[in-house]
Write a protein that binds this ligand. Structure first.
Ligand SMILES: *[C@@H]1O[C@H](CO)[C@@H](O)[C@H](O)[C@H]1NC(C)=O
Ligand SMILES: *[C@@H]1O[C@H](CO)[C@@H](O)[C@H](O)[C@H]1NC(C)=O
Ligand SMILES: *[C@@H]1O[C@H](CO)[C@@H](O)[C@H](O)[C@H]1NC(C)=O
Ligand SMILES: *[C@@H]1O[C@H](CO)[C@@H](O)[C@H](O)[C@H]1NC(C)=O
Length: 948
């Protein structure tokens, strides 16, 4: 009998000796004729005869195959060409590389060359000249001059192609809402090949991604591993890496082990929320689904036991069900189960489920509480799952509230495999390596941090036989970096996928020499221990210095504000580092020790803080997210909420109707965890406007992120700062852009009553800044015209600042000419939606970044954030902006982007002498290896000190 197609419905009929036809129904819809074979068994017993069905041979092969463990065929390592090789691809020799191979737990580093041919890594290290001679010169040579080379980045959790960018409703295929348990769905069926993010993510070194369905369902469906590069076929299927045999129907060789399949599960808030149910309902749905699969599996096993014993009589059809076959495969240990699961209660539910139904799971994703319960993970069936984490994205819902930046290192200490993942587009996977860099900064050993986005992620998706390492015979997915990969801002200078160079004319920045070494990281042992001790909620309130005199010693540099921005002063000489003497929160002396001796003498209790070559810098400012108005974004009861909008539903008359104007200061909440974490990272001020879903926001406020409550001295820097509005294309039925502009025109040109009228008048007179959140370059043009129109009519110059401003670079010249400033949010752009699709991506894809381009056109630029958890990362955002700018942005300017420029652009007037200062040990605020150890506040006459 010929080999069947996908053996789903192999028919079994008792064939009569008359030779009656039997039918074999194939999944692919073919129907074949065949004849049964009548065999006398046990002829010496005479009577009994057994009819062996036509498909016996196939059935036996199939039953034998069920015993095989998934993985590559035994001969896989002997391959000479990749199944993904594109004929015509020239071999490449990457010369003079510093190769992080992934071997020896990520500790192996080899100096030498890497030879790529036939879609494979053919050799690395010292490449034999004989091998090279065979190419007769037909090899592209890339001399990387000692640069770091790593395997391609492997993202274990992505929604590339199913949550595409720019986001359009027609391209949102991440979640089905048709049921809780749907193992039959396949992310591949929705994979959009026109997602702008494929090329962007490649430019960050990502070569492979596991595309998971979303988390709206308990079982959201099957996931698929893709390579990100373009293919000649241009089809979703041609992007697949080792798809399971079931995906394509035909030609299954049952003597081979199956390939790994992948499946998404989710527990906790998402699946429960979507179906208006509870955790109890979701877990019951899981158990019901798994029980269904168990029954099928058991009947298959019983069937196979008989078939393999040649007991065909009355055996009937192989029991199966297309809807449930994938879940049956889970029970057979043939599926890498990827479980979105955060909280201890949910982790415990799933661990019990694995033991009840006896299946292993590959990883818990998000997994914010895994670090609190490593022993629970070890109780999971067969092996502990890996934890796939974000580095610092946390607290956005209850499940994530106890998330810790120390989770990666704590889990690694407990022998749990750590993976850093993007959840793209939740985090832009172009910067997945940044997650590993941050994990390293907070204590994950370097070898494990790099492995967390290469070898470990490859292993957890069952692909480590071909990706995740630099190794002979592995896929030629290789990244050449412009610095050590764990240095902040590491950017590819070239990316190879299947041996094909992906960057056509890469723009390369020469990084400082020190960036070629592994960055040193501060000590966070105490903080990590506290994260455990306090179950994820360690106290974060700052501690005041004991006395009123603090002396910072071994200070290298001091950055101070002046009217121009931020200026750098070197305090050290060639032989000696400097000191900074602070009394009552004011710097009274800075320079070499001898020159400050007199300011210290006579004081009894002087607190000395050794900065070990560190610096004093201006406190940074956070803008863009509702910091101070939110505690847990996803929990309305912890947030200030939304303002009324006159264009949508109107403003209640008791509030004053159109005359009302809302002040953010009235809704401020202090001592939120994100505020304190930002404060501990050198961000001392928040500027926040009321939260609005439409056009009108209200009056922003500037406040201290270190204050415990609003009545504390210095808690408010400026109660009202600027008037904020936003003009965007609405996603659904919101007011049109033209309606929003018409409203603005009326506000600016017509005298109106009440409180709101007063503020709008001040804006038209140019005494209050109008801050407009806008992304589209078309809307920006309209706003520049409106500004002119208003100025022509009133004779006043408007103060206007654009925030968000993703497409602003297209009008850099005009924006500068109009004397309009820009707060660029987020500081590294992403084409989230249509109105911000025209990004200037920065190196390696474009020479300029949007920030450097705007600055070069003399636009005043600040940087901001979109979500409150990321306020703490402001200093790295500023440093990164400078790193991308070919030295055109100095350290002082980088600090100004996130401090003085923001204040200026957002209407906050801080007396220069009263601005907060930040003390960092081991380097300055922009250095990835430094640690914030103190905040100096002249306004409140105090110094807060943190652990060294
Ligand atoms: C590799 O590049 C470095 C930096 O350019 C250079 O100093 C070194 O001599 C090169 N080594 C070889 C073997 O070419
Ligand atoms: C699917 O099957 C066709 C026909 O046999 C084959 O040419 C193709 O390579 C297969 N595709 C995949 C992704 O396995
Ligand atoms: C920006 O300002 C500088 C200094 O005033 C000037 O030399 C330069 O030409 C300006 N650049 C642009 C693009 O206008
Ligand atoms: C404050 O001091 C206590 C006791 O010394 C210490 O445990 C805690 O970590 C300190 N808090 C901060 C924010 O440094």
């Amino acid at each position: 009998m010929e080999k069947e197609a996908l053996p789903m419905h192999g028919g079994q009929r008792r064939a009569r000796s008359s030779g009656r036809r039997s039918w074999t129904l194939l999944l692919v819809g073919l129907t074949l004729f065949a004849f049964g074979v009548h065999i006398q068994l046990n002829p010496w017993r005479g009577q009994r005869s057994v009819t062996i069905p036509l498909h016996a041979e196939h059935t036996i092969a199939r039953c034998e195959n069920l015993k095989l463990k998934p993985g590559p065929p035994p001969t896989f390592n002997e391959r000479k060409q990749s199944d993904r090789f594109v004929p015509g691809t020239r071999p490449t020799l990457i010369k003079n590389a510093t190769i992080w191979t992934g071997h020896v737990k990520g500790l192996d580093i080899v100096k030498g060359d890497v030879l790529l041919d036939q879609g494979l890594i053919k050799a690395y290290g010292k490449v034999d000249q004989n091998v090279l001679d065979k190419f007769e010169g037909k090899v592209d040579v890339l001399d990387v001059k000692g640069a770091w080379v790593s395997p391609g980045i492997v993202d274990l959790h992505s929604h590339l192609g199913v949550d595409s960018s720019p986001e359009l409703r027609g391209a949102s295929d991440g979640n089905s809402i048709k049921g809780t348990i749907q193992p039959w769905l396949r992310s591949l069926d929705g994979l959009n090949t026109h997602d702008d993010a494929y090329h962007l993510s490649i430019s960050g070194g990502v070569t492979t991604a596991l595309v998971l369905p979303g988390s709206a369902n308990g079982i959201g469906g099957q996931a698929f591993t893709i390579k990100l590069r373009d293919t000649a076929e241009r089809s979703p299927t041609s992007k697949l890496l080792e798809p399971p045999f079931t995906i394509n129907g035909t030609h299954i060789d049952l003597s081979l082990p199956p390939r790994w399949r992948q499946m998404k599960h989710a527990c906790g808030e998402n699946p429960s929320r979507v179906y208006g149910s509870t955790r109890m309902d979701t877990v019951w749905a899981f158990r019901q689904g798994y029980n269904k699969a168990r029954l099928i599996k058991e009947s298959q096993d019983a069937y196979c036991e008989k078939a393999l014993n040649n007991e065909w009589t009355g055996l009937g059809e192989f029991p199966e069900d297309l809807q449930w076959e994938a879940l049956v495969d889970v029970l057979r240990g043939r599926v890498k189960v990827q479980v979105h699961c955060y909280e201890t209660v949910d982790l415990d539910d799933i661990v019990r489920l694995t033991n009840e139904f006896q299946f292993p799971i590959a990883a818990f994703h998000h997994a914010h509480e895994t670090y609190l319960v490593p022993d629970l993970l070890k109780q999971a069936y067969e092996h502990p799952p890996a934890a796939a984490l974000f580095a610092t994205n946390a607290r956005y819902k209850r499940e994530a509230y106890r998330g810790s930046e120390f989770a990666p290192r704590i889990l690694a200490d407990n022998d749990i495999k750590v993976v850093m993942k993007s959840d793209h587009p939740v985090l832009n996977s172009r910067y997945l390596l940044y997650e590993a860099q941050q994990a390293h900064y907070y204590g994950l050993p370097a070898n494990l941090a790099l492995a967390a986005v290469t070898t470990t992620s490859a292993e957890v998706m069952g692909m480590d036989h071909r990706i995740g390492y630099i190794k002979e015979g592995y896929d030629a997915d290789v990244v050449v970096w412009d610095s050590h990969p764990l240095a902040l801002g590491a950017t590819p200078t070239q990316v190879f996928i299947d041996g094909i160079a992906q960057l056509k004319a890469p723009h390369t920045v020469t990084k400082p020499k020190s960036f070629q070494k592994l960055p040193e990281t501060p000590n966070f042992d105490k903080e990590a221990a506290d994260a455990l001790k306090y179950e994820g909620l360690p106290p974060l309130a700052p501690n005041k210095s004991k006395g009123n005199m603090v002396v910072f010693t071994n200070v290298k540099t001091m950055y101070r504000r002046d009217h121009e921005g931020v200026q750098e002063t070197l305090l050290s000489s060639s032989t000696e580092l400097g000191v900074v003497v602070v009394r009552d929160g004011n710097v009274i002396c800075s320079g070499l020790e001898a020159s400050c001796a007199s300011s210290v003498s006579g004081y009894e209790s002087v607190e000395y803080v050794d900065l070990q070559g560190g610096a004093i810098s201006p406190g940074l400012v956070s803008f863009g997210a509702p910091l101070g108005l939110e505690e847990i974004s996803g929990e309305a009861s912890t947030n200030d909420g939304y303002v009324f909008d006159p264009l949508v539903g109107g403003i209640p008359s008791i509030l004053g109707g159109e005359t009302a104007i809302i002040r953010a200061v009235d809704g401020l909440q202090y001592a939120t965890r994100d505020a304190y974490l930002a404060y501990r990272a050198g961000v001392t001020t928040g500027i926040t406007s009321p939260t609005s879903a439409y056009l009108l926001s209200g009056l922003s406020t500037a406040f201290s992120l270190g204050a415990a409550h609003k009545l504390e001295k210095g808690a408010i820097l400026q109660d009202t700062a600027a008037l904020h509005v936003s003009v965007h294309h609405s996603r659904s039925v919101g007011p049109s852009v033209s309606t929003q502009i018409a409203t603005l025109r009326r506000m600016l040109l017509e005298q109106r009553d009440g409180e709101a009228g007063k503020w709008w008048k001040a804006v038209s007179e140019g005494s209050v800044t109008l801050v407009i959140d806008v992304h589209s370059v078309d809307i920006i043009s309209t706003l520049l015209i409106l500004k002119k129109e208003v100025e022509a009519q009133t004779g006043n110059l408007l103060k206007m600042t654009l925030t968000g401003a993703t497409e602003a670079h297209i009008l850099a010249k005009e924006i500068a000419a109009a004397n309009v400033g820009v707060v660029y949010v987020p500081s590294r752009p992403f084409p989230t939606d249509w109105q911000r699709r025209r990004i200037l991506p920065g190196p390696p894809l474009s020479k300029d970044s949007a920030i450097s381009y705007l600055l070069a056109h003399n636009v005043t630029v600040g940087i901001g954030i979109e979500e409150i958890w990321s306020a703490r990362n402001t200093r790295f955002d500023a440093a990164w902006a400078a790193l991308e700018a070919y030295g055109e942005i100095s350290r002082s300017q980088a600090l100004a982007l996130a401090s003085s420029n923001l204040e200026k652009l957002l209407g906050v007037d801080v007396e220069i002498e009263k601005g907060d200062l930040v003390a960092t040990a081991y380097g300055d605020l922009l250095d990835f290896g430094s640690k914030v150890v103190g905040i100096i506040s002249p306004r409140t006459a105090r110094v807060d000190l943190f652990l060294m």
